[in-house]
Design a protein around this ligand. Structure first.
Ligand code: FAD
Ligand code: PHB
Length: 388
């Protein structure tokens, strides 16, 4: 079998790339290790930038997002029981939209099924071959048989634990990493959110986040130790730990109920450079990870895909490799700015160190943010998403 681009991974990066390439007549096959249901069952990101929405529209899958997404004009930050509001709308003229990654994935899967493009789920033992030369190939096992696809390019969209980045010789790739000694314990529940806007909470007991998916479905997170096990967090314990971290009004409005999903995610910053090796490109979490505090992971995956899809379309339609040659540098310039913002949000809002000096610095950062229009504008510009 032969195609133009083999895409490894059917997360948001792989599915979005597949849809954009298909729209422009570039043939592609997606190979995904898990089943479609497994991919749809992962509860992850919730906030999307305008530029990500534009790309989903371009891919032809934006209708449900426009109908059901919640437009947010600002965000709230609660510091030791006192809430402050930052209005993106006033500061930048822009907004963000709350629409879950699960829904985006579903829209992309439906869009792909509607155009009849090929996705192989439960593809095991994916192996990338000869991508430093002109005739890359990808083999995999499915239905008890080994299959091989020849292609022009491979797009590694297989997340942090995927095979694509690991297939590049170690001498050809540099990695930069910071692992934080904390995790986020997340709960999804069919209860109304405490607030119409997200509340990021800095508290001596640790960070908390009040988010949502719909007017009747909430998503909450608590900073936890990496040693925590999900079994030690029955719902009652989660709500009892959330309450003292909130301000009085949020505590009064909090409606608790049974969780419908609960998970722990470690916090990590990671970048692998460059994002291209021969005819293999990396995009999304396969090449970089941000801690979720800035809500940037999914948005960065989309911005990589924007650069990569345009580069590949230019290659086929205009016979120009300029976009391909610049892909890594262009994508990384945006990646590093999101790394900086996500690191800053994480370090400013979590209880990471026990050194009182660090606590005072956090309070000074936040005081400056709430008191200076310049600082608030810089925050808002980053939160709504930097321009391409
Ligand atoms: P992924 O979504 O990871 O998709 C990669 C796909 O590749 C997966 O479907 C995987 O099964 C597949 N794959 C892996 N290995 C192989 C292989 N060998 N062969 C074939 N297929 C393979 N971001 C936020 O903004 N807010 C959040 O709250 C948030 N929470 C998160 C919680 C967790 C637990 C994680 C892991 C991430 C979270 N993120 C969050 C980040 C955001 O979800 C990711 O940035 C986004 O999913 C990246 O999309 P992606 O397509 O690059 O990678
Ligand atoms: C979420 O709703 O899951 C969410 C929102 C904002 C973040 C991270 C996660 O910064």
């Amino acid at each position: 079998m032969r195609t133009q681009v083999v895409i490894i991974g059917a997360g948001p990066a792989g599915l979005l790339l597949g849809q954009l390439l298909h729209k422009h007549g570039v043939a592609n096959v997606i190979l995904e290790r898990q089943t479609a249901d497994h991919v749809l069952g992962r509860v992850r990101a919730g906030v999307i930038e305008r530029v990500t929405m534009d790309l989903l529209d371009e891919a032809g899958v934006g209708a449900r997002m426009h109908a059901d997404g919640l437009v947010h004009e600002g965000v709230q930050i609660c510091v030791d029981g006192k809430r402050h509001r930052l209005s993106f709308k006033d500061l930048t003229g822009k907004t963000v939209t709350v629409y879950g990654q699960t829904e985006i994935t579903k829209d992309l899967m439906d869009g792909r099924a509607a155009v009849g493009a090929a996705t192989v789920y439960s593809a095991a033992d994916v192996i990338l071959q000869d991508f430093s030369g002109d005739n890359p190939r990808v083999s995999y096992r499915a239905g008890g048989k080994t299959h091989e696809i020849g292609c022009d390019f491979i797009a590694g969209c297989d997340g942090f634990h995927g095979i694509s980045r690991k297939s590049i010789p170690a001498s050809a790739i540099s990695t930069f990493e910071r692992v934080y000694p904390i995790g986020w314990l997340g709960v999804l529940s069919d209860t109304p959110p405490v607030s119409e806007e997200l509340i990021y909470v800095r508290h001596p007991r640790g960070f908390a986040l009040c988010s949502m998916r719909t007017p009747t479905r909430s998503r909450y997170y608590l900073q936890c130790s990496l040693a925590e096990e999900i079994e030690s967090w029955p719902d009652e314990r989660f709500w009892e730990e959330l309450k003292p971290r909130l301000d009085d009004e949020a505590r009064d409005r909090l409606v608790t109920g049974p969780s419908i999903e609960k998970s722990i995610a470690p916090l990590r910053s990671f970048v692998a450079e460059p994002m291209r090796f021969g005819r293999l490109f990396l995009a999304g979490d396969a090449s970089h990870i941000v801690p979720p505090t800035g809500a940037k992971g999914l948005n960065l995956a989309a911005s990589d895909v924007r650069y990569l899809s345009r580069a590949l379309i230019e290659h086929y339609q205009e016979r120009s490799d300029a976009g391909i040659d610049h892909y890594s540098a262009r994508a990384l310039a945006r990646v590093w700015k999101a790394e900086r913002f996500s690191w800053w949000m994480t370090m400013t809002l979590h209880r990471i160190s026990d050194n009182p000096f660090d606590h005072r610095l956090q309070l000074a950062e936040l005081d400056y943010l709430f008191g200076s229009k310049a600082a608030a504008t810089a925050f808002a510009e980053n939160y709504v998403g930097l321009p391409y």
